[in-house]
Ligand binder design. Sequence first.
Ligand code: 13P
Length: 347
Amino acid sequence: MTHSHLTDAEKKELSGIAKAIVAPGKGLLAADEPPKTMENRFSSIGVENTEENRRAYREVLFTTDKSISANLGGVILFHETVYHKTSDGIPFIKLLQDIGIIPGIQADKGVVPLAGTNGETTTQGLDGLAERCKEYKKAGCLFAKWRCVLKIGDGMPSELAVKENANVLARYASICQANGIVPIVEPDILADGEHDLEACIEASQRVLSAVYKALLDHHVYLEGTLLKPNMVIPGYSCEKKYTPEQVAVATVTVFQHTIPVAVPGIAFLSGGQSEVVATVNLNAINKYKACKPWALTFCYGRALQTSVLKAWKGKKENVPAAQSVFMHRAKCNSLASVGKYEGEDAA
Ligand code: 13P
């Protein structure tokens, strides 16, 4: 077997957390937008990007009716949110724990240029990661996320970018597990560009096979991990159009070729797909009849929040409407995660 440094009890804890996050009908909310990203989100609705407004917005999300926990197994937080409280003084982490949603943390420190490539990147944040994991675990976070970004087109993703990003994801995952934290491994192949579905199939296959080779080389315990990949879709500027069924076949086939059955769950990023398209594609993936030994669910940022932000607009009187929009999207995606979404009105 492998040279795992983890005890049986540690492995059991990690695999238990991973399974609970992606239990049937559950997915994740990615609410870990850094303050800089919140600037864009808030400017679209005319809200000033202050720490208090970011806190108030997350309070809207986390105080949604507790029945939302049937649809959400985990929420990813940004550092400052870990220590935020509701206006009544309840720590967000406690709020989530009390309704059975597992809090997690964005563990990386952002994307940086990879010298010698055509504008490709790697992700930094390994320095001090073990200490940060200890701190976050003490605060109640049981899992983490680390995002690497790859691009398609003109010799990309290059071998260097594929190898470097696979390796840094593996180092991160290994450090998380040594500190009792389930790593969500996120190799995000951007859908920007004119490339067709075939190009995304090819890139996804190269990236995912390199990621699992690196995870195994680093003795990462796969049962105690989750994957957060892109769906296998054509570039947004591709002229040729594909059906959700074609996306489902491409996505599942690539995964069959590259993702070990030991991995308990795959939670997709939405990556700029509209809310409804992200739900429809997830549903098609789950409806497609094939060997799929993993939970296939959602870990959406924009596709769970775009209409919530629009409904909220920073106003107290809009909170109930915003929460009901959030509940609706979570429910639609929960249905899609078991292949039972039948349209917006049926949810
Ligand atoms: P999107 O679903 O908006 O792509 O965000 C998910 C995420 O957390 C990216 O790391």
